[in-house]
Design a protein. Sequence first.
Length: 339
Amino acid sequence: MNPAKGAAAIERLATVENVDFFVGGMGSGVHLAQVPILKKYQKITVWIGAASHQAEIAMGPDADWYFHLHPWDYQQGEGYGVGWTEIVHAYPEVKIEKVFLAYEEGAFGTDSYTSYIDLYEEAKRGEGSWKEVLKEFKGASFKSAALGGGDYRAMLNQAKAFNPDLFIWAGYDADAIPIVAQAREVNFQPPLFVGAPPGWPADFGKNPLSNNVILYGMWAPTLNEVSSVAKHFYDSYVEMWKEEPATYFAPLGYTNIYFLVEGIKKAGSMDKNAIIEALRTIEYESPLGEVLKIEPSRIIKNQGFKYQKILQWQNGKQEVIWPLDLATTQLVYPFKFGR
């Protein structure tokens, strides 16, 4: 989570290790510091982190060598609007009109907030994916425990006063348990309690406070029930490591490498331009339960996945709620502590 170290690592890999490709990634703040170094060397980069659209702006439209697989923040926001609208139609008892976003004060969180403001303005005009389910919106920032914070009570009391139908927090895995614990402490119990970090603590599902918490993510182990590709990845991972993947970055990381290798194979050489063109034509049925296909986003030419999924912790497991055609169980509603 250190931008200077992240940038220095790219510089070292390019000049000392002389690598041919850059892959991986996670935090937006770190990636913003890495972008100038990546642009200096212009090696083929297949990145699976950094949701902030500020990273896309920094990269610009001319980086043909840059492939970004993780959905951008504005794509995620659009997708959640599609998902919640479909859920409201599928579950008549679910009501969503008031939405509260709690966001960590760094690049990831603040850009998520900016994206929701844009979505709210669209909804007020009767446009966009949130137009049916976003009538009122409010947000408040917090300092993430990953960056030295950890007291969320002021933000939670603001949310409680707003009384949202849908509460979302956008932070990091270190925030997951204390946010829920402090919500219970201040008696804040929204009907839909959603966490949107890029990864969750490995043991979060074992905590009783996790039950019926909703999360946004790209994958869950229960996808095994509806996707043979997801099941093959999961079984192979457990066989190799003797434990299940902790977050969606495991299957996304696998997809990262598999996609690049398939591009090299399809190009038939290590020629940079040939590999770029090959990667643009690949359609890979991934362990995330969906096909990876490269298309332009707002700025860059090579964007991969567009939306995340809506999941829910139920009895220690992440269950898929949306997309509805990949659902592994029914939504438990409303959220209540101890339910």
